[in-house]
Design a protein around this ligand. Sequence first.
Ligand code: SF4
Length: 384
Amino acid sequence: MVPNSSPKIEHLYVDADARETPLAGRILKKLRGVPVTVVTDKERFLEKTAKLPLSTGKKNLWLTRFKGAFLKPCPATGPDYLCCRYWVINAQSHCPLECTYCILQQYLNVPLITVFVNIENVLAKIDALAAAHPGRLLRMGTGELTDSLALDPVTRLNEDLIRGVAGKKLLLEIKTKTAFVKHLPEVSQGNVLVSWSLNPDRFIRTEEFKSSRLDDRLRAARAVLEKGYRLGFHFDPLLILPGWEKQYATLLRKLTRSVPEKDVLWISLGSLRFPPSLKKTLAARFPKSLITSAEFVKGLDGKMRYFRPARTDLYRKVYGMLREKWKDVFVYFCMENKTVWRDVMGSSPEDNAHLDYLFHESVARRFPDLALPAPRRENYPAGD
Ligand code: SF4
C-alpha cells in the first residue's frame, strides 16, 4: 500500500484576519488537536519566528494572507541559461521534507511552512493569463517553493485548482517527491499531470530525507494514471555521487518498466546547482551529505554547478539511457546553456520563447485528445 500521511505538524499559527477563510477552516478542522496560536501582531510574530531553526520551522504551519501575486513567471536565472517560461502558482512556501540540497534553506526569510489561505482568486488570474496569451499553451504548477503534495493530504490545496482548470487549454502540474496521492480527486480531462522528481533510491536515502522511496513514488505514479492524470518526471537534481552511472541506469530501467511512455508529457534533466552560501548550511545541517564533495564552478548566474564536461558526461549518459527506451517523450534541460543542449541532444532551442513553443508542439502532437490550438511559432515571439 502507498502511504498517504504528511509529516507531523506540531504547532499551527493562524493570522486573526485569515481565520475565517474556507481554506483556514478546512486546515484547522483537519489538524484538530494540534496547538493553535492566533497571530494578532504580525511584525512581532515574524521577528520571533525568524530565529527558529529550520528543522523546527518545518514542523510548524502558518496560515496567512498573501499580498503579492499568486501567479508568476518562473524566476529564471539569467540570459545564459534557457528557461522554459513556466508559470508558478505560489500557494504555499517552504516544505516539510528535508532535501540536503534544498535552496529554500537559503532563500526564505520565514522558516515556517506557510500556506496562503486567500488562494481563491487564483483561478480568475489563471483565466486572465490565458486570455492574454491566446494561441499559446501555458504550463503552470504549484511545486516551486514547496513540494506540491507533502502537506496536501492536510491542506487539500491542489484540489480546487485541479477542478478549476479541468478542460482548459492549459496544463497544471503537481510536482512531488512523495507518494501522497490517495486523496487526489479523479479527473477526466487530461490536462493535469502529477510529476515526480526522481533520484536513485540510494541517493534518496542519503539526500532526500522524509521524502518517499523510489518504489513508492513509482507506485503512486501508476495510481494517479488510474485516476485520469497524466505524468511528468524530473531528473533534477541529477547528482554526481559514487556509483551514479549504475544507479541512474537502475532508476531508468525501473521507471520505463513502471509506466507507459504514452502517458508521460515531459521529462526534465537538471544537474545540481546551488548558491555558494548553501555549502555552510549544508555542512551544519547535514554533515554526512556527500553532494558538495564533487568539483564545482560558479556559473554566470552565480550558482555553483558541476564543471561543464562533467555535466555533459552526466547528461549524455542519462539522456542516452532514457532514449534507448523512450524515443518520443519530450525531454528538456532545466536552466542549461545552448552548448550543453547541442552537445547532448544535437540541437538547441533558439531562445526561451522557442523552447516554450517546442513544448506546445510536442504536447499538441502527442496528446490530440487535448484539442489544443495548433502550435504556431508566431505566437511565441522572441523576447516576449
Ligand atoms: S522537496 Fe523541494 S522544496 Fe521540499 S525540501 Fe526537497 S527540494 Fe526543498
